[in-house]
Design a protein around this ligand. Structure first.
Ligand SMILES: Nc1ncnc2c1ncn2[C@@H]1O[C@H](COP(=O)(O)OP(=O)(O)OP(=O)(O)O)[C@@H](O)[C@H]1O
Length: 367
């Protein structure tokens, strides 16, 4: 009975007793210096890192963006396959409609005058044969050129291969050199519009001071003309640390990065895009197997006798990917209060920690 009454009283004290911290004045220069120094560190952290670097007083939003591109320039080639040929944008940009990713043809293997017929396969260990028994009618190898007819035919005077039903003659891509070396002087206009929906802020990379006559003659240069949205391809590749002619042979993927990280507060500087360039299909320095980027397409036409003929093009080139990213930040009261509260609690922690240190030292001294 007594026990229960005692514990009830204990509970009442626990709930209703008022507690207040006791202020302790320690007249000690060393302790005072440590206290002020730690306070200074906390203030520097809050002002320097939290406010200036992290801008923790801001609310943030991610960028939403749209990109269109337009390439211009001409190249002239004179090869045994297609003879003298002038290339303009309608031919070397594939597909012609430029969005955030566009491909510029820099090299090709052309196989003209292909018709649907029967011809011997290109020689390799799986296609060479001695007689018809080595070839299976109806068999097709995805790595080959067509469907076997079951016959073994002369590929050359010394080699026999299985005959296939396919587009003949077959493509031979052995020696490659950058055919369209003039592509390095092509230029690309990048139009990029962005929005920060939370703040209802809209911007574009064609800045307000740019007019049409300036756009007709400008070219991006990091130091002399950083606002111009027209880029020379050679310049892009060079800034990515690559050699254009080298990359043009086998192709590759290049990233055009547009950084729209912006401080949208009125006292901050204006919000401009920052361009940078990097190769995205990283070359392996030692094991450089299957390098670059290529694909095939064909141009179809009919001969006067009505036979369907095509020119097969194995296209090598550089695909440019425009990647837009960034975060916008603007002053907001909620993150400001939250971070200010955290900073103040840090300051109170400093004095508490010093107090408990001193108490521990005193206790050990007493012992
Ligand atoms: N790749 C590029 N290199 C250099 N200038 C370019 C390029 N693309 C566009 N321009 C120029 O930038 C300006 C704006 O291009 P936009 O495509 O909006 O207009 P356009 O009149 O349809 O261009 P155009 O008919 O000359 O292709 C034009 O003066 C255009 O000639």
């Amino acid at each position: 009975m007594c026990k229960t009454a005692g514990s009830c009283q204990g509970c009442l004290h626990y709930v209703f007793d008022y507690e207040t911290p006791k202020t302790l004045v320690i007249p000690n220069i060393r302790v005072g210096c440590v206290f002020r120094f730690t306070q200074l560190l906390v203030v520097l952290y809050v002002v320097g890192y939290v406010c200036v670097v992290q801008k923790a007083y801001q609310d943030t939003d991610s960028v939403i963006s749209t990109v269109t591109t337009k390439v211009k320039g001409f190249a002239f080639t004179n090869t045994s396959d297609i003879g003298p040929h002038l290339w303009d944008v309608a031919e070397y940009v594939i597909p012609p409609q430029g969005d955030h990713s566009f491909f510029v043809l820099t090299n090709m293997v052309v196989t003209p005058e292909q018709t649907q017929s029967r011809c011997p396969e290109l020689p390799n260990p799986s296609t060479t044969c001695v007689d018809d028994c080595d070839c299976i009618e109806g068999h097709s190898d995805p790595r080959g050129n067509g469907i076997q007819t079951g016959l073994c035919e002369n590929y050359s005077t010394t080699v026999k291969t299985c005959e296939v039903l396919s587009w003949c003659p077959h493509e031979v891509d052995t020696k490659l050199r950058a055919l369209m070396s003039a592509a390095e002087n092509f230029t690309v206009l990048i139009k990029n519009s962005i929005t920060y929906p939370k703040f209802n802020v809209h911007r574009r990379n064609i800045l307000p001071h740019i007019n049409s006559s300036y756009l007709k003659m400008c070219e991006f240069n990091r130091t002399s003309d950083p606002d111009c949205p027209i880029f020379r391809l050679k310049h892009i590749v060079a800034e990515a640390g690559e050699d254009f002619q080298d990359m043009a042979v086998k192709g590759g993927i290049l990233g055009i990065l547009i950084d729209w990280s912006c401080d949208l507060d009125w006292w901050a500087k204006k919000c401009f895009p920052k361009y940078s360039f990097r190769r995205l299909d990283n070359k392996h320095p030692v094991n450089n197997v299957a390098p670059g980027y290529n694909f095939r397409f064909a141009k179809y036409y009919k001969k006067p006798d009505g036979e369907e003929t095509r020119m097969l093009i194995k296209a090598f080139g550089i695909r440019f990917n425009v990647i837009v990213f960034g975060t916008g930040g603007k002053f907001a009261i909620v993150p400001t209060i939250v971070n200010l509260g955290a900073a103040l609690s840090f300051l109170s922690l400093v004095s508490r920690n010093i107090e408990s240190c001193i108490q521990k030292r005193n206790n050990t001294g007493n012992l």
